[in-house]
Design a binder for this molecule. Sequence first.
Ligand code: PMP
Ligand code: GLN
Length: 418
Amino acid sequence: MRIILRTLAFAFHANPLTPPAAFPAARKHTMIESKLPDVGTTIFTVMSKLAADTGAINLGQGFPDFNADPALLDLVSQAMAQGHNQYPYMPGIAPLRAAISDKVASLYGRRYDADSEITVTSGATEALMATVLCAVQAGDEVVVIEPCYDSYLPSIRLAGGVAVPVPLRAPTQADPYYRVDWQKVRDAITPRTRLLMLNFPHNPTGAVLTQADLDTLEDIVRDTRVLLSSDEVYEHIVFDGQPHVSLASRPALAERAFVISSFGKTYHTTGWKIGYCCAPKALSAELRKVHQFMVFTVASPMQHALATYMQDASHAANLPAFYQAKRDRLARGLAATKFKALPCPGTFFMLADYGAISDLPEAEFSRWLTLEHGVAVIPVSAFYRQPAAPASNHQIVRFCFAKQDATLDEAIRRLQSV
Ligand code: PMP
Ligand code: GLN
């Protein structure tokens, strides 16, 4: 027995008689130096778990509580049965890239080359991360509009970049919408700025861009080396008859832009994690270098199903009316509570001011509302660099209305007692 053990030990260590040297302290796995020391579990996961643990209605994390079109689900089953179960082509299957190219051309007037300028990604999240990792060198400055989606700042940090936040202009009596303060963007841009990250329609405020915004943006970036990342995952959820204003629609912007979207929002399939990035050839080539080592490619049967489903443009075209009815239902319901709903021109999120109810900071209020009244929401402060800072707390929470009418009605009933 001893001999067998000795032999085994020899197989694992060069010298069976001396124990392996202890790892130097700094190399113990518990001593890893965090690359994201300020990052915990995302607020979306925290609030969804709290809702699940307490049985609260979850109007927090942005996902529908209803199923996708059965026709789309059938297409996935068909694709699997037809054998589309192995690695698809690295940048995405050709029919899906062709369908994306057609859609963008018909809606925004720019024809991206399906072979070299469109990449199918693992959700918009991966497209955003790949954009930042391929575009930002250590020390480069990246301008972000605050509040901003939670993955932006960590991606900049991982790339070694320096985030330069510019606050959105808050609503006033005279103008009840959040808007970009372009003068502040202009002031934030320096010779070291490499990337400006935009997200319109905007999560969490619902703000949208106008043609005048794009005129100003063109003017701001004209003589700079600034690249643009345009997160347009809510491109099909813009209300009141307004068109979505895409950066793809302006040649002077599109030539320096990574335009990103997600099928999760458009087709009620957030769990599939499939999105895409349209960018000029040279930018797409760099993005693909990161994409191929981050995920290589994304789920095959879903890609085939989406390529077929996209042939019918009415699915996306009907989305504004579908969500506008839900937006209005929630707004009507909140009008009968102490919450004060803010206008929502786009996305499936509505902000509401709770100043008449409580002076708790937003995260505490959200927790309290979930535990005491059974409705989970997202504190808008979570979209700021320093969520706990007084400057990040405006007594505003975010409600997601991508929910069945019955879910919204029950939530409203509960909120009326607050
Ligand atoms: N950007 C924004 C603004 C989002 O709201 C989301 C998700 N809700 C994403 C990106 C991520 O999209 P995906 O789930 O396709 O990765
Ligand atoms: N984007 C979704 C939201 O804003 C959440 C996605 C996620 O949890 N990563 O609620």
